[in-house]
Design a binder for this molecule. Structure first.
Ligand code: KDG
Ligand code: MG
Length: 402
């Protein structure tokens, strides 16, 4: 089998998605996701101008060799744009393999290790009362694990809470909007949020919280310790992770489990975190972490150190990544949990798919390959629209991590 053609599709059914389609001489095609929130066109150009010409004529079954070629040959390694482009190719090639062998991709990765995946959703509110209402709503929808975020008095905006009524979508059209931040206010109120959630919903519900890289390690250690009575499933991205040894400080102060890594793009972002057992869950996922070929090695390495996966699954990861993640989650031994932030109906229509949700569990379906498609005619009705993630400033105006 040979790759005969490949091209990038950019569509914006509510938000932007970059999809790579790879075609073969046997009429089978594969889809890969290359969406990088707020930097979509950079990945599209990387693929169109630099990658696609190098893969035409190759055997799509050679996923390892093609991955190494795209990673090592350009000399310039790693980085979110490069790794998202490599991921798009790799995901599409595994889709082709599955279709050619007439089997779901999970069978190529080890077969079923479980029947379905525990997923967590997002509940949020402009204050604690509204957050509690949203938790109740999501529990009624069947979720057994819920991430809870809330606005707090004195902060005009907070990560994870919609500024306007309706679905929370972090990227906003137009130029980046500005949010404000105070760690002091945040730390004062988060324990109260989780005390109220436990008081209202009891012990059984699995609770998660995303700190979105906003604390120093010692502040995160304090928060983790104060949240211990509420038994969180995890505290996510407590501090920026470029300095991996910062997590040692957090670990020394709390038994609250730690998840990190949605901005990671290779094993080298997590190597120390994993081998020192400073984290419990790794969030680096297929689209930003080089696809199946790289993530399988990372997950197997993490398994040796009791680290489980908790893949990023926000709306900026397209249905192609969601399908791919569910195949991956089905097969690996050290699966932990999968994030599920449902796409809009418009997005679901552009990407018809076989995966499904029921009673807090998701399954990838049994279609050959990934079980996801792209309706290109419908996609064409939603042209690309410039959009960015917000930026964040402390109350005195200092730019800080969003
Ligand atoms: O592109 C950035 C978003 O995906 C991110 O802000 C969402 O933190 C996030 C999460 O945990 O889903
Ligand atoms: Mg996050």
């Amino acid at each position: 089998m040979k790759i005969t053609n490949a091209y990038v599709n950019i569509t914006s059914p509510g938000r932007n998605f970059v999809t790579l389609k790879i075609e073969t001489d046997e009429g089978i095609y594969g889809l890969g996701d290359g969406t990088l929130n707020g930097r979509e066109l950079a990945v599209a150009s990387y693929l169109t101008d630099h990658v696609i010409p190098c893969i035409i004529g190759r055997d799509p079954f050679q996923t390892e060799d093609i991955w190494q070629y795209l990673y090592r040959a350009p000399y310039w390694r790693r980085g979110p744009v490069t790794m998202a482009a490599i991921a798009a190719v790799d995901i599409a090639l595994w889709d082709i393999k599955g279709k050619a062998l007439n089997t779901p991709v999970y069978n190529l990765l080890g077969g079923k290790s479980r029947e379905g995946m525990l997923v967590y959703c997002h509940a949020n509110g402009k204050d604690i009362e509204h957050a509690l209402e949203d938790v109740a709503k999501h529990q009624e929808m069947g979720y057994k694990a819920i991430r809870v975020q809330s606005g707090f008095p004195g902060l005009a905006s907070t990560y994870g809470v919609s500024k306007k009524p309706g679905r929370y979508e972090p990227a906003e059209r137009g130029l980046p909007s500005e949010y404000e931040w105070s760690t002091e206010i945040y730390l004062r109120h988060v324990p109260e949020l989780f005390a109220r959630v436990r008081e209202t919903f009891g012990e059984e519900l699995l609770l998660l919280h995303d700190c979105h890289h906003r604390m120093t390690p010692i502040e995160a250690g304090r928060l983790g310790k104060e949240l211990e009575p509420f038994h969180l499933f995890w505290m996510e991205d407590p501090t920026p992770a470029e300095l991996q040894e910062g997590f040692k400080i957090i670990r020394q102060h709390t038994t609250t489990p730690i998840a990190v890594g949605e901005v990671f793009n290779s094993i080298w972002d997590a190597h120390d975190l994993i081998r020192n057992q400073w984290i419990d869950y790794l969030r680096m996922t297929l689209v930003h972490g080089g696809g199946f070929t790289h993530l399988k090695k990372v997950a197997d390495f993490a398994e040796l150190y009791h680290v489980r996966t908790g893949f990023h699954g926000a709306t900026d990861l397209s249905p192609v990544t969601m399908a791919a993640a569910l195949h991956f989650d089905t097969a690996i031994h050290n699966f932990g949990i999968q994030e599920h932030m449902p796409h809009t109906d418009e997005t679901d229509a552009v990407f018809p798919h076989n995966y499904s949700f029921k009673d807090g569990i998701m399954t990838p379906g049994d279609a050959p390959g990934l079980g996801v498609d792209l309706d290109e005619a419908l996609a064409a009705k939603y042209p690309y629209q410039r959009a960015y993630l917000p930026i964040n400033r402390k109350l005195d105006g200092t730019l800080t991590d969003w």
